[in-house]
Ligand binder design. Structure first.
Ligand code: LMR
Length: 335
């Protein structure tokens, strides 16, 4: 009797262990999500948010591994890694699609093209945003969402109040021809460089200054190596969340649907915290006492706008007249 009971228990245990072994064999699908900024930024936080919701909604059938801070790949490498399938998801800034051959994304780099987040959203949530995503597909890439960061400031080791203050300065830019034209319009010398190299380049004087939303400036500690920051809001920096199309299309439909939901939630979250993070980080830069912060007034901004708006016309053929006009129409942009 006793023996019979034991045999039964052993048999149950054996069945249970077989069941768990089977479950363990069904390995989760892994999404490697690589990005270049710090964790405590709009993009870094939104990537972590996506990971959490994706894993919850798929009940662990999908595992998202987030690699922040250029830990896995730098700007240019990450684009190549995505196309090769070495990573599945990225969120490069919209200024980094030129080298991929999709130069129309540089629309977002045009100086003063968006007055505020609301104007920007008419594009990212509208027809132009979708039109741009369609251009990625022949490259084996699918655009899933636009995530906000914010409006850029200039920094240098000398005060910045007028366009003339940047004349002759070597300024780091992202890999965008529009940004190159923007710096040239200020008679500055643009230097394209990966984001991961900017802090050191500023520290050693390889470049004199740069531009970025405050959240990137602060979390990379650029305020420790730049004496002046001018809040100019002269241009926008945001992201396109992109995936390897073959990988995405090959996912089981149910899981893909759950991931789409996680992405919608992460996008709402990113766009909700972007301004908040930049405002907080501006306060942190001020408090650090290491960089003198000047918020440019309306007259000073008008002077920068006058110097920079000719870049729109200069870059019209690169971006496409139709895209530019559709954007002006959506945002109500005036020179
Ligand atoms: C930069 O290179 O300055 C930014 O695009 C970094 C980022 O991803 O926000």
């Amino acid at each position: 009797m006793m023996l019979g009971k034991m045999t039964k228990t052993l048999a149950t245990l054996a069945v249970a262990s077989l069941f768990f072994a089977g479950a363990a064999l069904a390995e989760p699908i892994v999404i490697k999500f690589s990005h270049v900024v710090a964790v405590d930024t709009p993009k870094g936080l939104a990537a972590d948010f996506f990971k959490k919701r994706a894993e919850e909604l798929t009940k662990g059938q999908v595992k998202v591994e987030v690699y922040p801070n250029s830990q896995l790949y730098k700007d240019k490498e990450e684009m190549e890694a995505l196309q090769l399938g070495a990573v599945q998801m990225l969120a490069p800034s919209l200024a980094k699609f030129g080298p991929l051959g999709v130069k129309e994304f540089e629309l977002f780099d045009l100086p003063y093209i968006f007055n505020d987040y609301a104007a920007l959203h008419t594009v990212t949530k509208g027809a132009v945003g979708q039109q741009l995503f369609a251009k990625l597909e022949p490259k084996g890439i699918k655009g899933l969402a636009y995530w906000d960061n914010g409006f850029k400031s200039f920094s240098a080791n000398t005060p910045i109040k007028t366009p003339a203050d940047l004349k002759g300065k070597k300024l780091r830019i992202q890999s965008s021809k529009v940004l190159e034209a923007q710096m040239k319009a200020l008679k500055a010398i643009p230097q394209t460089m990966a984001f991961s190299e900017v802090y050191q380049a500023l520290q050693t004087g390889v470049v004199d200054g740069t531009e970025n939303p405050i959240s990137n400036f602060y979390t990379q500690k650029m305020h420790e190596v730049q004496k002046y920051l001018a809040v100019s809001d002269h241009g926008y920096l945001g992201y396109a969340v992109i995936v390897n199309k073959k990988f995405w299309d090959g996912l089981p439909a149910e899981l893909r649907g759950q991931l789409e939901t996680a992405m919608i939630e992460a996008t709402d979250y990113a766009n909700k915290i972007a301004k908040e993070k930049n405002d907080q980080d501006l306060e942190a830069v001020r408090k650090s006492g290491k960089t003198e912060v000047t918020v440019l007034n309306a007259a000073e901004r008008a002077e920068f706008k006058k110097a920079l708006v000719p870049v729109h016309e200069e870059m019209e053929s690169r971006i496409g007249k139709d895209i530019l006009e559709a954007t002006y129409k959506a945002t109500g942009f005036t020179k």
